[in-house]
Design a protein around this ligand. Sequence first.
Ligand code: SAM
Length: 144
Amino acid sequence: MASPRKSNIRSTADAKQRFEERYGTGQNRATVALEREVIGGDYGANSYTTREQADALVDHLDLTRSKRLLDLGAGRGWPGLYLSKRSGCQVVLADLPLVALDEAGRRSRKDRVHKRSEGIAAGGSTLPFRPRSFDALVHSDVLC
Ligand SMILES: C[S@@+](CC[C@H](N)C(=O)[O-])C[C@H]1O[C@@H](n2cnc3c(N)ncnc32)[C@H](O)[C@@H]1O
């Protein structure tokens, strides 16, 4: 096996800055069309999780209205908001850049899942939750 590639993200602060810049560039018709074509979604995604894979997660994680899901590194809400819309589950979106969580908040209202979702600006190593706060966890290309 080849030597594992080292991540070029050195710290949480580094990740926050890089992703703030990325989310700050916003979306346009071309990026939305590209996302629809490649992954089948339109959340302003920054990962390669496809809609088909997200659909499979609903069954795989047994997501229902009574379940509580954590989307770590949720960005603009993909796939957490989508999973909540599909299954009715409660979802907490955790990420570092507020600009992404703000967009996720707008999307949650548009999709009418705002009462079942909340965003929290927190890093994965400092999450303010007690053990067993969630029934399931998703993360899309976060630990790379
Ligand atoms: C590849 S993006 C995926 C975002 C979103 N889930 C999507 O599919 O579009 C990775 C996300 O992880 C977040 N992230 C990176 N390091 C993190 C950390 N230590 N704690 C929480 N989030 C982190 C980034 O800010 C970014 O939004």
